[in-house]
Write a protein that binds this ligand. Sequence first.
Ligand SMILES: C[S@@+](CC[C@H](N)C(=O)[O-])C[C@H]1O[C@@H](n2cnc3c(N)ncnc32)[C@H](O)[C@@H]1O
Length: 377
Amino acid sequence: MNCKYFGTCASCTLYDKTYDEQLNYKIQREKERFSNLTNLDFNIIKSEPKNFRNRAEFRIWWEKDEQGEKDILSFAMNDFNKEILEIDSCSMVNQDIANLMPKILEELQSSMILSFRLFAIEFLVSSTSDILVTLIYHKKLEDDWIKLACELETKLNIKIIGRSRKQKIVLSSDFINETLNIQNQEFHFAYEENGFTQPNTNVNIQMIEWVLQNIPKNNKDLCELYCGGGNFTIPLSKKFNKVLATEISKTSIKSALRNCKLNNIENIENIEFIRMSAEEFVEALEEKRAFNRLKNIDLKSYDFSTIFMDPPRSGLDNTTRNLAKNFENIIYISCNPETLHRDLEELTLTHKIVNFALFDQFAFTEHIESGVVLEKR
Ligand SMILES: C[S@@+](CC[C@H](N)C(=O)[O-])C[C@H]1O[C@@H](n2cnc3c(N)ncnc32)[C@H](O)[C@@H]1O
């Protein structure tokens, strides 16, 4: 893999290595980081070396042509000096996004109404080529914009959303449909434009499969924190009696409920979603505070055997970490090894690490996703 922008575009910081070299560098780094906590061999889940990102965001840059007459539009990223770097492609984005980039730029370039004061563009794509494009402007979007953007939707066979200050115009839909084949079973999801979704589809599928393979034998009920749109919840619900899943974002909870319907679990027999921060949920479980949102849920009816957590980069707060220590089994997915290490230093006082995986979701960057399975000592 050799991107023509390696060494100039600041998004890929590990540009001077082959795919395997950059992965080995991250594996060694993490082995060293966690060496005081485990000497297990890590399970390593690789990414494709290119075209793996199912979402991407680019600035739009304007420059005069050589005659100084016509404005020329291009995609832009930052270089290593934080200066603008004009690009015409990106080797990391999914092939559908890569194919669309020059086409959409040409269309935007040819329309003053669509391009004037456009400053960023976001792409979200599914493996079934459902594509959502968000055009972000520094101007109010009027009817003439809507008319032309609708025509562009049809011409390029994409969904378009227009955003500006205090304005969000959804033309046909604000989500894409995704189908993931997990352990030979199809799971359906609607990914919303502003909801959290995992950026690397193939690695995401393998992460879910790894978690399913690592479910402890004594599985009864599952407690899940930071559930997002149900990415793990729905496949995991097939393996537990009941699942109680919590999440702070209203959009994600709405999306999780829709995703249940898409998978024919409309009556949600065994999953209960609660919009609640992890911190509030701890207060509810410990009966320190009563919540209206929980009035129809009998927390005492759950016989939890496992807690599953996939927090944001900040990791677990003190109360959530303490809550986790009460569970027989802990499965922890982390996008930040630094906060994971901090949390494991505490969790390994009561639990032992029985499996550890690295998922290379963000190839050619310093980032790596981890998965850890812990059992009570
Ligand atoms: C890394 S994402 C994981 C989402 C989901 N597991 C997935 O695979 O798509 C972290 C999620 O935690 C949620 N979140 C952030 N802070 C939170 C908090 N304090 N309490 C509960 N959820 C939180 C975010 O909204 C986000 O959906």
